[in-house]
Design a protein around this ligand. Structure first.
Ligand code: SF4
Ligand code: SF4
Length: 105
């Protein structure tokens, strides 16, 4: 089998790291308004976890169930803001206590 080029290896490594990072999300839905006024695209699964029904195209102007307009942005842009029950957010926990990532590895 032909060996992977360094660029391909690097891209694969990045993809793996990104997936590992995204898999940390407990899908509480809090950052999408699950605990107050949710985005109209937020869906609750049978496992009580939330997902976005338009995830690949999520970024941009969206609206909540109550009709409030807002911009859906990448989490890193709102990580320092507050939302209801944001103590549940695993990424906020990592920000406060980065060493828990080492414990999970
Ligand atoms: S569009 Fe954005 S805010 Fe709405 S459910 Fe999807 S990720 Fe959450
Ligand atoms: S608040 Fe944090 S843990 Fe909950 S769904 Fe959003 S990113 Fe995931």
């Amino acid at each position: 089998m032909k060996s992977l080029t360094r660029k391909t290896q690097y891209q694969k490594r990045l993809e793996t790291m990104e997936k590992r990072w995204e898999d940390l999300c407990i899908r509480c839905g809090g950052c999408c308004g699950a605990f107050d006024d949710p985005c109209v695209y937020l869906r609750k699964g049978k496992d009580n976890r939330y997902s976005c029904s338009i995830y690949p195209h999520r970024l941009g102007e969206r609206v909540t169930v109550a009709g409030e307009k807002f911009d859906c942005v990448q989490l890193r842009k709102i990580i320092n803001t507050h939302w209801k029950n944001d103590h549940l957010c695993v990424y906020k926990k990592i920000l406060r206590m980065p060493w828990i990532l080492e414990e999970e590895a």
